[in-house]
Design a protein around this ligand. Structure first.
Ligand SMILES: CC(C)(COP(=O)(O)OP(=O)(O)OC[C@H]1O[C@@H](n2cnc3c(N)ncnc32)[C@H](O)[C@@H]1OP(=O)(O)O)[C@@H](O)C(=O)NCCC(=O)NCCS
Length: 147
């Protein structure tokens, strides 16, 4: 059966998305409430086979100048069939993501996927800065205040 891409969040399988994301290297342990809020506040794309969601991608964007592609995944049994390429193609063609100044993403090992669509390593990575909280979802409670 063919795969379809939709941005209609009412169709999304939030339980499946949360279940997948909480086991990833980039969002390990993420609470469901955070996943729900992140989806609500982003432009998201779901890949479907019939009524079953098999893939997901989230674009954090002002829909005018800048976009950040995150949380891209395809369920294991549907990999190797072009679903991720279909997702990325639909994202880059979306009418609200045209004329951007910059589209950014971070990946540990899927560079070859995104390179097919024109993504390149940062030309000047030293121009970028970050504040990272790598274990933020794994903390059960805030650390005690130091006195
Ligand atoms: C990465 C992932 C989304 C690819 O999904 P997919 O539907 O199997 O990918 P496609 O079938 O559309 O093809 C992917 C293409 O990118 C290439 N590629 C490059 N790096 C890859 C990687 N790390 N994993 C999978 N494909 C990769 C493949 O070789 C393929 O190219 P080809 O068509 O020229 O052979 C999927 O393997 C996945 O969900 N992985 C776990 C989550 C993850 O790592 N997400 C990426 C975070 S940036």
């Amino acid at each position: 059966m063919q795969y379809q891409i939709t941005t209609n969040q009412r169709r999304f399988d939030i339980a499946m998305i949360h279940d997948f994301l909480r086991s990833t290297y980039w969002a390990k342990g993420i609470p469901r409430s955070v996943v729900t809020r992140s989806i609500r506040n982003s432009l998201c794309f779901g890949a479907f086979q019939g009524s079953a969601q098999v893939g997901f991608a989230r674009v954090i964007t002002d829909r005018a100048t800048t976009a950040y592609l995150a949380d891209v995944f395809v369920l294991p049994e549907h990999r190797g069939r072009g679903v991720a390429k279909l997702l990325v193609a639909k994202i880059l063609a979306h009418r609200e993501l045209q004329g951007l100044w910059r589209f950014i993403l971070a990946t540990e090992d899927a560079h070859g996927l995104y390179a097919q669509f024109g993504f390149k390593p940062l030309p000047q990575p030293d121009h970028f800065m970050t504040i990272a909280f790598p274990n933020v979802y794994e903390k059960k409670s805030a650390p005690p205040l130091s006195r």
